[in-house]
Design a protein around this ligand. Structure first.
Ligand code: GLN
Length: 494
């Protein structure tokens, strides 16, 4: 018999509706599995079993009622357990952002995405591990210790949404929420062999998402296949009065045909993403996946995104600049713990000095410097101009193609500690994910193979603004004809 924790979102919802499984059984099965695997993986910062079981019982009552009087509408995800990255607020639950500075901060309200999913009926299992304030590519920058990759626990799961990606890969949750400022959904999805979406900037509300880089941040989702990610996305995306950057555009019904025909799809392959230094097996798997798209009928067209090489320096000016402003609010007065001192300036200094981790301090210093009088034009101003050129690269490419296919990261999951003393080498892991954030375009990462050590390789499809649907359709066709997304990590405890 299939274990309950092996059910996907779609399968769970079907079984819940049919009364073949109760939300309580399903939730308990995930909580038990989490308890068993947490010591090895550490995917969560906070678990909320009490609240989860309560929500599950309520869901079961609703489902029972719905079965009694047909016609009574039941929210679409009633009873489905999910996990939430710990930078998104859930009312009454602590929200640490992977930082000591918010160690005991209890969120007073729900993030809009959380609110919408709760209205859709979900059960929240807990808050997943993240690099401190989502700054990182490995989850090693969490003040609560690193998450381990379910495919090889000596390796990182990617980051910063590493806890969510690992939880989905290890079947500790069928789906999870993450955030992507420079790759934090796509890269961990790639490292953990799951499917992950970074929506278009402005498509999803950031209300209740603790800000990192406000012009780049977007909430995304992880699942075990495209259908699940699309189902979740549709429910949390869309205009929100509480976030003025969300666009007032309906989120279309996403139709995913099972015929696997991609004959109307033009796939662009950017030469700038197949550069020296990329792991051979990553390139091989991605090129094979592109051939598979071609075999499904797609037309493959070489394209150029000439300003790609500037994405890394531009991002590492803009993101820290925005972060330095956003993180100014953690001053020991309003939120979290306070290190006592006589003078107010000393409270600020001591609290921030003690409670922020080294990477966050590095970013605050970089950002403050880039924004300071005398350097503003040379660094921040210049970066904004080059950002426009990067955006134009995409606009021009999308005049010729519908989607762009590229590797997600230059390597597969690296060993814990490998980049620990060398921030620049860590930043280089982000070369292929940063451009989509700078341009604001959507990206979908999904598994396309394994390297020789049995670690998953991911590919990303990027599309024009607000065209998530075309990414889903292409990836779904791919998953209909391949089984990379069905592979499951073997965990010692099973
Ligand atoms: N690795 C990138 C950074 O550290 C991206 C992180 C993210 O997307 N949140 O900034």
């Amino acid at each position: 018999m299939q274990a309950l924790t092996d059910l996907t979102l779609t399968e769970s919802v079907e079984k819940l509706r049919a009364g073949e499984v109760s939300s309580l059984e399903l939730t308990q099965a995930f909580l038990e599995r989490i308890e068993r695997l947490e010591p090895d993986l550490h995917a969560f910062i906070t678990l909320t079993p009490g609240q989860a079981l309560k929500q599950a019982r309520q869901a079961d009552a609703r489902l029972a009622e719905g079965r009694k009087n047909a016609g009574q509408p039941i929210p679409p995800l009633t009873g489905l357990p999910i996990a939430v990255k710990d930078v998104l607020t859930v009312k009454g639950v602590r929200c640490t952002c992977g930082s000591r500075i918010l160690e005991n901060f209890e969120a007073p309200f729900n993030a809009t995405v959380v609110e919408r999913l709760l209205a859709a009926g979900v059960v929240i299992l807990g808050k997943t591990n993240t690099d401190e304030f989502a700054m990182g590519s490995s989850t090693e920058n969490s003040a609560y210790g690193p998450t381990h990759n379910p495919w090889d626990v000596s390796r990182v799961p990617g980051g910063s949404s590493g806890g969510s990606a690992a939880a989905v890969a290890a079947r500790m949750a069928p789906v999870a929420l993450g955030t992507d400022t420079g790759g934090s959904v796509r890269q961990p999805a790639s490292f953990c062999g799951v499917t992950g979406l970074k929506p278009t900037y402005g498509r999803v509300s950031r209300y209740g998402l603790v800000a990192y880089g406000s012009s780049l941040d977007v909430v995304g989702a992880f699942g075990r296949n495209t259908v699940d990610v699309a189902a979740l996305f549709r429910l949390f995306a869309g205009h929100d009065e509480l976030d003025a950057t969300t666009i007032d555009l309906p989120v279309p019904e996403i139709r995913l045909e099972d015929d696997g025909d991609l004959s109307n799809l033009r796939v662009g392959v950017p030469e700038e993403y197949f550069i020296e230094g990329i792991q051979r097996e990553v390139e091989r798997s991605v090129r094979q996946a592109i051939q598979e798209l071609e075999a499904l009928g797609a037309e493959v067209i070489p394209v150029s995104l000439p300003h790609t090489e500037y994405a890394l320096p531009v991002y590492y000016l803009i993101a820290p600049a925005e972060a330095s402003a956003n993180l100014a609010r953690y001053d020991g007065i309003r939120y979290g713990p306070r290190v006592p001192a006589e003078e107010i300036w000393d409270i600020f200094r001591e609290t921030r000095g003690e409670k922020f981790g080294p990477e966050v301090k590095r970013r605050i210093m970089l950002g403050t410097y880039a924004l300071s009088a005398g350097y503003y034009d040379a660094y921040y101003g210049q970066a904004q101009k080059v950002r426009t050129l990067i955006k134009r690269d995409f606009e021009q490419a999308f005049e010729m193609v519908d989607v762009i296919a590229a590797p997600v990261a230059p390597t597969t999951a690296f060993p814990i500690g490998q980049h620990a003393d060398d921030p620049l080498s860590m930043y280089l892991e982000d070369v292929f994910t940063l451009p989509a954030n700078l341009a604001g375009v959507p990206g979908l990462s999904f598994p396309v193979g394994f390297d020789q050590q049995g670690l998953p390789v991911g590919m990303q499809l990027m599309g024009p603004h607000y065209r998530e649907e075309v990414l889903f359709q292409a990836a779904h066709a791919f998953q209909q004809s391949t089984d990379w997304h069905l592979k499951k990590p073997e965990l010692g405890q099973e």
